[in-house]
Design a protein around this ligand. Structure first.
Ligand code: BG6
Length: 494
């Protein structure tokens, strides 16, 4: 991960960034705001060019105005100084239309500043066309370095493929034109401050390591609940569903980071090797086990959303119970849940500890297991649930919470995930990006579930928007003698 000293280095790394799919939601809501924030924080190279491209025709000036309306910059002059570096070019990267023009713009900028520079391609386009887009980049020699030291980099958005086979095909195409050190497979969760803090929490505080295993942990619950529905993303969502959209990437990454052994260093290779051990250890379930251990559900009203089929079987709620065949975690079930249209937004990782029959509590009926909540968002923080004696003359106990909340502890605002990740690409740091092997192993976990679901097993059930999901999800965990701990153990609420 970059250190403070690397931040200065960024100024002296002139860069051209091409955003394919620049008129899309992701570019508008996340990529441009992140780049502007980096600019106002003085964290972009002194010389940079952004080429925004998509099929829709626009003049550069008009496109900058559209982005400005979305970003609503506080200081106009900042925006003007930043946006002057954005050119818009209408092209079709999947159909190989106008890519020569793109090369001409990149070369012209290099002539203007009198040096050969690093080029970065951001594929913020539909996953269906990643492969043809990469091929066309290659055909037009946009992958060629302009000097030996400035090999272009390519950023690929998630989901990377839609199953193992397509992910491998995409990898093959990529490897024809780019080497591994040029490929940045993005999962924006890895750029979140609280996700990086999992490293600090686990490996910077030695008190937790001795209990971070199956002797002490009873179960792990990872929840990503969103308040929103599919909004304007019906076309994408119909092809994807919650399992591919969230579980295959964000949730398996959170699982890997919170359970992996300590890496030898914080470099990409060591981190990915440890993550890989966890993802490889996930037991591949049989069809019967999938029926028993998963729930797929759709919120009522989903089929009336824009661009959604009236007979859609796409899940907006995915739950899977997993087993890790890893010496540290044998017999510790992991529950992963991702859902839209929940009563609120919450992403958390909760470790529930075993109750070992504390002497003091022998006569107490209360269930008082310890828990640790790593709350990724919102109200970022960490909570530890302890047992305390209630003040008074009797020996009564109750759970109490110890909390660390970012907002009460730090004055510095947290950078957005995309700021961190864009900066890392420019600096050439891959530690917060996914490796080819980690993605392939993740699909090996997801593919059998997708196959069983496609055959209707278990059946798709529905849930009411604004609730925490279907009854089947409660049944699944309750039959194990447990209950959902999110949002019950939400921390840092006020
Ligand atoms: C994206 C998914 O990866 O993450 C979206 O495609 C989801 O469906 C989004 O809404 C959530 O991101 P965040 O950062 O708001 O939790």
């Amino acid at each position: 991960m970059p250190q403070l000293k690397d931040l200065d280095k960024i100024k002296s790394l002139p860069t051209s960034l091409v955003i394919f799919g620049a008129t899309g939601d992701l570019a508008r809501k996340r990529i441009f705001p992140a780049l502007f924030k980096l600019y106002t924080s003085n964290l972009l190279p002194s010389k940079f060019k952004i080429v925004a491209s998509a099929r829709t025709p626009h003049q550069s000036e008009e496109f900058r105005r559209v982005v400005k309306e979305y970003i609503k910059p506080e200081i106009d002059s900042d925006w003007n100084n930043f946006s002057i570096n954005i050119d818009y070019l209408s092209l079709d990267v999947a159909e190989n239309k106008n890519l020569k023009e793109l090369l001409a713009i990149l070369e012209k900028f290099e002539v203007e500043i009198g040096t050969c520079i690093q080029r970065v391609y951001y594929m913020s386009i539909s996953p269906d066309i990643f492969q043809s887009a990469v091929k066309n980049i290659g055909i037009n020699e946009l992958n060629e370095p302009c000097t030996h030291n400035s090999k272009p980099r390519i950023i690929i958005e998630k989901p990377f493929g839609r199953d193992l086979k397509s992910a491998q095909e995409l990898d093959q195409t990529l490897s024809k034109y780019f080497s591994e050190d040029q490929i940045y497979r993005i999962d924006h969760y890895l750029g979140k401050e609280t996700v990086q803090n999992i490293f600090a929490f686990r490996f910077g505080n030695e008190i937790f390591e001795p209990i971070w295993n199956n002797q002490y942990v009873d179960n792990i619950q990872i929840t990503m609940g969103e308040y929103i529905g599919v909004e304007k993303r019906g076309v994408f969502y119909e092809k994807t569903g919650a399992l591919r959209d969230i579980v295959q990437n964000h949730l398996l990454q959170l699982l890997a980071l919170s359970t992996m052994d300590q890496p030898e260093s914080f470099h990409a290779k060591s981190i990915n090797a440890k993550k890989l051990e966890i993802i490889k250890s996930i037991k591949k379930m049989s069809a019967d086990e999938i029926t028993k251990n998963t729930v797929r559900a759709q919120y009522k009203g989903y089929t009336q959303e824009e661009n959604v089929s009236e007979t859609s079987q796409t899940e907006t709620y995915a739950l899977t119970k997993l087993e890790l065949q890893h010496p540290r975690w044998t017999n510790v079930p992991v529950y992963l849940r991702a859902a839209k249209k929940m009563p609120g937004k919450i992403t958390s990782i909760i470790f529930q500890f075993k109750e070992k029959g504390h002497k003091l509590l022998e006569d107490s009926d209360a269930q008082l297991p310890n828990t640790i909540t790593l709350q990724i968002q919102p109200n970022e923080g960490i909570g530890i649930r302890l047992v305390a004696k209630k003040p008074g003359l009797t020996a009564d106990f109750q759970p109490v919470d110890m909390e660390f909340c970012y907002k009460n502890t730090f004055d510095t605002p947290q950078p957005e995930a995309y700021e961190r990740l864009m900066m890392d690409v420019i600096l050439g740091d891959q530690s917060l990006f996914m490796s080819q092997e980690v993605i392939a192993e993740s699909w090996k976990v997801i593919d059998p579930i997708e196959e069983a679901w496609a055959k209707g097993s278990p059946q798709l059930v529905t849930y009411k928007p604004g609730t925490w999901g279907p009854k089947e999800a409660d049944d699944l965990i309750e039959k194990d003698g447990r209950q959902w701990l999110a949002p019950l153990l939400e921390v840092c609420k006020i």
